[in-house]
Design a protein around this ligand. Structure first.
Ligand SMILES: [Zn+2]
Length: 434
C-alpha cells in the first residue's frame, strides 16, 4: 500500500537545547509512505513526479504534519478516575485509584477500557505510549491484543505491588516478577509492542520484589523499566522510612538494578543533584507530568536544573492524575510550570520533548520521531485553523515557532485533524483526495 501526504512538514534534526536551528520545516512538502514506513520526504515540487496513479494522495495543504506524540507515562486503568479530586497523591490513590484498578481483574473490563484508551490516544495525536496496566495480567493482555490489532508502537507492563495496598491489588514478590517475565516472553517484540518491568513505586514493593525485578532487568536488557519517583513530599518521606538504608528515593531503584537505559521514571520533582547525575550516567529519562503535578499539588518540576544536569527529559500526561490525554495541554502546562520557576522553554523544545525526546528515551532513534526515510509513518496532521481563535492567532504568526506556540497554548484534540499509525489514518472520516 502506497500513499502520499501533502502538507507543511515539521520535525527536528537535533535537540533544540543543544543546537540552534534544530527545527526542519518545509512549507509545501510531500511524504511518500509504503507499508507503514516513510520512503521519501521533500518539497512537493521535487517529489510530485513520483506520484503514480496507484498512490493514494492525502492533501492537507494549509495544515502541519509532524511526527506523532510519544506519551512516556500514562495509566490505562485510570481512565475512569480522571478529574477526581483528592487532598494529594496518597489520598488520591486510596480513595479513587486503587478501587478503580481492582476492576481490571476482569478481562471484559480490561478489553472495553483498552479500546477506549487507544481511541483517545489516537484522537489526541499520541501514536506511542509507555503505559502502566493494573496489577492483573489480564489488563496487559487486553491492552496488547488491541494495540497489536491496530499496529500501535506501545510499551506496557503489569504493576508490581506486593505490599501496602488493598488485598485485591496485591501480587507476591516471586509471583509478580514471574508473571512479568511470562508476559514479556509472550508479548515483547511482537508487532511493535514492548514490555516494561513496572514496579508501581518503592512503597508498594518489598525490597525482595524490587531485587527480583532488578534481576529480571539485568537478564533481559532489551526490556523497558518504568516506575514513579519523587512525586510528592509525603511520598518521599514515606519511602525514606521504608528504605532507611537508601541514600535517596531514586537510590532505592538504583540499588535494585532498576536504573539503566530504557528506564523511564515519572515525575522526578524532588530529586537532588546526585540523583540527577545518576539518572544521566545511567541513561535513564524523566517523564515529566505537569498537568498531574498541578492537579494533585505535587510540586513544580525544575526544568532549568534538569537541563543543566543534562538529564534526559520527556513529557507525559499521567492520566488519570493528569487532566488530559492531550500532549498539547501537557506542553502548555510544562510552559506554565517552567514560568513559575522563572524559566522560559521554547515551543520547539517542548515539541521536541513531546515527540522525538520520548522516542530517544525508549531507544527508537532510528524508527520514531522524524519525518525521514526509514522511519515509521506515525504522523499527525495539525490544523492551525481548527477553532476561530486558533485561526485568528495563527494567521498572525510570525514564524513556524510562533505557530507551534499558539497550537500548544490554544490547541486541543480539535487541532488534531488526523492521526496516522503505521501509515493508516485512524479517523475514518478522512478520505484520500484521489
Ligand atoms: Zn503515574
Amino acid at each position: 500500500m502506497r500513499l502520499a501526504v501533502r502538507s507543511s512538514l515539521l520535525d527536528f534534526d537535533a535537540d533544540p537545547s543543544h543546537t540552534a536551528n534544530a527545527l526542519r520545516f518545509v512549507e509545501d512538502g510531500l511524504l511518500l509512505i509504503e507499508d507503514g514506513v516513510i520512503v521519501a520526504r521533500d518539497e512537493f515540487r521535487a517529489l510530485r513526479s513520483r506520484l503514480d496513479p496507484e498512490t493514494c494522495v492525502f492533501d492537507y495543504s494549509g495544515c502541519l504534519v509532524t511526527p506523532g506524540f510519544v506519551d512516556t507515562h500514562i495509566h490505562m486503568p485510570q481512565v475512569d478516575v480522571i478529574a477526581s479530586p483528592a487532598a494529594g497523591l496518597l489520598d488520591w490513590l486510596e480513595r479513587h485509584t486503587f478501587p478503580a484498578e481492582a476492576r481490571f481483574a476482569d478481562p471484559a473490563v480490561s478489553g472495553e477500557v483498552a479500546r477506549f484508551f487507544l481511541d483517545e490516544l489516537a484522537r489526541h495525536g499520541t501514536t506511542s505510549a509507555l503505559v502502566f496496566a493494573s496489577v492483573h495480567a489480564a489488563s496487559v493482555e487486553a491492552l496488547f491484543e488491541e494495540a497489536l490489532r491496530r499496529d500501535v508502537r506501545l510499551v506496557a507492563g503489569k504493576c508490581l505491588m506486593d505490599r501496602l495496598c488493598p488485598e485485591a491489588l496485591r501480587d507476591t514478590a516471586e509471583g509478580g516478577v514471574q508473571e512479568s517475565a511470562d508476559l514479556a516472553a509472550r508479548w515483547h517484540g511482537r508487532g511493535r509492542l514492548g514490555y516494561a518491568i513496572t514496579p508501581r513505586f518503592a512503597a508498594t514493593s518489598t525490597p525482595r520484589q524490587l531485587e527480583l525485578a532488578g534481576k529480571l532487568a539485568r537478564s533481559r536488557p532489551e526490556l523497558y523499566i518504568q516506575s514513579h519517583v519523587a512525586e510528592n513530599i509525603d511520598e518521599v518521606r514515606w519511602v525514606r522510612q521504608l528504605y532507611p538504608e537508601a541514600r535517596s528515593y531514586l537510590d532505592v531503584y538504583d540499588r535494585a538494578g532498576l536504573l539503566r537505559e530504557r528506564s523511564v521514571y515519572a515525575h522526578c520533582i524532588w530529586l537532588d543533584a546526585d540523583d540527577r547525575a545518576r539518572m544521566r550516567a545511567a541513561g535513564a529519562a524523566a517523564a515529566v507530568c505537569p498537568t498531574s503535578n498541578l492537579f494533585l499539588g505535587s510540586g513544580l518540576f525544575d526544568f532549568r536544573t534538569t537541563l543543566d544536569a543534562s538529564m534526559a527529559i520527556t513529557l507525559a500526561t499521567d492520566v488519570g492524575g493528569g487532566q488530559s490525554f492531550s500532549m498539547l495541554a501537557t506542553m502548555r502546562a510544562a510552559h506554565e510550570v517552567a514560568r513559575l520557576k522563572g524559566t522560559g522553554i521554547s515551543a520547539a523544545q517542548l515539541w521536541y520533548w513531546a515527540s522525538r525526546g520520548g522516542a530517544l528515551a525508549l531507544g527508537w532513534q532510528d524508527r520514531v520521531g522524524r519525518l525521514a526515510p526509514g522511519f515509521d509513518a506515525d504522523l499527525i496532521v495539525l490544523d492551525p485553523r481548527a477553532t476561530p481563535l486558533l485561526a485568528r492567532r495563527t494567521a498572525r504568526a510570525e514564524s513556524i515557532e510562533d505557530t507551534l506556540f499558539a497550537l500548544l497554548v490554544l490547541g486541543d484534540d480539535r487541532a488534531i485533524r488526523e492521526t496516522f499509525i503505521a501509515g493508516r489514518a485512524s479517523k475514518p472520516r478522512e478520505e484520500p483526495t484521489r
